[in-house]
Structure formats: C-alpha cells, structure tokens
Design a protein around this ligand. Structure first.
Ligand SMILES: [Zn+2]
Length: 355
C-alpha cells in the first residue's frame, strides 16, 4: 500500500473515530459514473426524469439526496444496472474495475461523506481476476468492505468459489458483504449460514436481511429465518434495506431485547437509487420515535421495558454500527497491507475507545 493511500485511510479514520456515535449513515447506496456511459440511449434514459428500476445516480446526486434526507455519510458501491458485461472475462474485469474506480473517486473527493465498498464477481470474471480486483480494491483504493452479489450476478451463495473469494477478502484484512434476499433462489438462509459459520468470528455483512425486492408474501419466511439466524451468530451484520418496514420494526425490537453484541449488528439504509433516501430515513426517524413511545406502542415488549430504545440505541442503528464496522475494516486493512507505516504512525491509537 502506498504512503499516500495510507494517509488517506488515516484521514478517513481520524474523521470517523471522534464522530462515530453522532453520524447518520446510509449503509447501502449505489453510485454510477453516468457521464461515462457510452451507449447514448442508455445515458439519455439515465438522465431523464422518469424513474425505472436501476436508474443510476452519480456522486453529486447522492450528495444532494444526503443533504435532503439528513444523512451524513453513505456506504457506497457500484450499481450493477449500468455495469456492462460481455462473454469476455477480461472485458467484465475492466468494466468492474472502472465501476470500483468511480467509488474510489467518490471517497477520495469526499472522504467525510462516503465509506467505500468494492464489488467483485467471480462468475463474470474468474477467480484469478477476482483476486486481482480484491487486491486493487484494498491496496490501491483502500476499501474496507468488498461486496459479492450472488443474486444479480447469478451464482449460489454457498458455492465453492464464494468461500475462496471470502477467504481472499479476509486475507487483505477487508470485510465481505453479500446481497442476501428472498428475491432470487441464489441466497437462501441456509447458504448464508454456511458462509457465516465458515467465517467463524470474522464479520460478514448481509445486505437486505432477507428482502432485496421479493414480494412481501414470498419473503416472509426468509425474513423470519434471517432474524433467527442473526440472533444466533454474533459475527453476522445485517443492513436493513429493501425490506418490509413492519419486519424491520420487529427486527429492531428483537435485537434490542437481545442486547450486546447483537445491538451492534443492524444498520439502517435506503438502497438508493433503488430506494428513496428521504423516504427511508424520514421513515426510520419516525419509526424510532414510535419505538420510544411506551404509552401508545401496542407491542408489549415496548410497554414492558423502560427506555428500550434510548438515544444511544437509536444512534447505533442510524449510523454508529456502520461507523464502527468501517473503523474496524480500515484498521484491519492497514494492519495487513501497511504494517510498517501503521506501526510508525504515532498519533494512531490502537486502544481508542470505540463504543
Ligand atoms: Zn443495494
């Protein structure tokens, strides 16, 4: 890892560390370089006002959304809807590399607004190219999290190659993230459990917590099983996006009652541009307000517990949990990839009190 990048990562850490408990973070946002879309009709469609599934947003659009939604930072990754693939693995590698490069541009221009996540695809490329991309994402871009999407990229979450990719991501000190939803047959709860068990105490992030665009009826069983699984494995982190709001409420109550370390494992998100950031974060704020209302809330678990959702609990879900995870990821990639520089950095405190 080059010194410049180490300094960039240290700057990102120096921003997050004192602020982590006071940040509102959207933990699932997709960014696209709309100007770089080469197909003119696709670009015109992307820039039109008519919404369609997958309609991309760029860095500036995301920043405007954040301002309107009262969101301080976002965990960002590429948007697969505008990343073109062909039959050539080399072409697909270049395509993903460019998409990841744009995420690096976002964090490098706005280190206090974005937490970067990489994206790899062992099916559209292969294991060797995936390893190369993981290395670039960590060692050249400083990404603490790398995402694998078995649903949109069409492979089973517990296929052999996934375990190899996960191990490779850990070997660079980064944290693997998965699309995990009821929207395709590729990410069943049982498959996710194999990955989480394989990871042992190392963190695994599962985006959507069983949602991801499936019909509410179809997703119901996955929602319920996902909750049970999450309360069994302390290393399983869930991002609440593209999921039925009523189930999100139930998840939050169950986790809050369970206590540490599970209360650090859920994170609010919008899945923008697939979801609307203002709608989601406006909803989250009102939801937490209702969860503090012991008089009116009909759930006996809220009525029977004084201050179940205090300000600290709300801050955890709204941003602190993601901030802590990002700090853990950044610290870990520095330790693995910049040992000497890491050791020499005096103002960097190993024993900082991240609560
Ligand atoms: Zn997403």
């Amino acid at each position: 890892m080059k010194t410049d990048l180490v300094n960039e990562i240290l700057n990102r850490l120096n921003y997050l560390k004192p602020k982590h408990g006071n940040l509102v973070i959207d933990s699932d946002v997709h960014l696209s370089d709309i100007e770089a879309i080469t197909d003119e009709s696709l670009k015109a469609r992307a820039l039109s006002n008519n919404y369609y599934q997958g309609k991309p947003i760029n860095i500036d659009m995301a920043l405007a959304n954040m301002e309107m939604a009262g969101v301080d930072m976002c965990l960002v990754w590429q948007n697969p809807s505008v990343t073109s693939y062909t039959d050539s693995k080399g072409f697909n590698f270049q395509s993903l590399l460019k998409a990841n490069e744009y995420i690096y541009k976002a964090v490098s221009n706005y280190p206090n607004r974005f937490i970067p996540g990489g994206w790899v695809d062992p099916k559209a490329t292969d294991m060797e190219l995936t390893s190369q991309l993981i290395k670039i994402c960590v060692q050249d871009f400083g990404f603490p999290i790398i995402k694998i999407n078995p649903a949109q990229n069409q492979f089973m979450i517990d296929s052999d190659v996934v375990f190899r990719v996960v191990e490779e991501i850990y070997s660079y000190g980064a944290i693997p993230a998965f699309h995990f939803g009821a929207d395709t047959p590729y990410t069943p709860v049982e498959g996710l459990e194999k990955v989480v068990a394989f990871a042992k105490e190392r963190p695994v992030i599962a985006i959507h917590m069983g949602g991801g665009g499936a019909s509410y009826i179809e997703a119901d069983e996955t929602y319920i099983k996902a909750r049970v699984l999450g309360l069994k494995y302390p290393n399983l982190k869930y991002v609440l996006s593209a999921k039925r709001d009523t189930h999100i409420e139930s998840d939050l109550i169950s986790y809050q009652l369970k206590g540490m370390p599970f209360i650090q494992n859920l994170m609010c998100a919008s899945d923008a541009p697939y979801g609307n950031m203002s709608w989601n974060f406006g909803g989250y704020r009102e939801l937490f307000k209702s969860l503090k209302n012991r008089i009116l809330h009909p759930d006996s678990r809220i009525k029977n517990h004084e201050d179940l959702f205090d300000d600290n609990a709300v801050a955890n879900y709204m941003g602190n949990n993601m901030a802590r995870l990002a700090i853990e990821g950044y610290t870990s990639i520095l330790k693995v990839n910049a040992v000497k520089l890491y050791e020499n950095f005096h103002s960097f405190s190993e024993n900082s009190d991240i609560k």
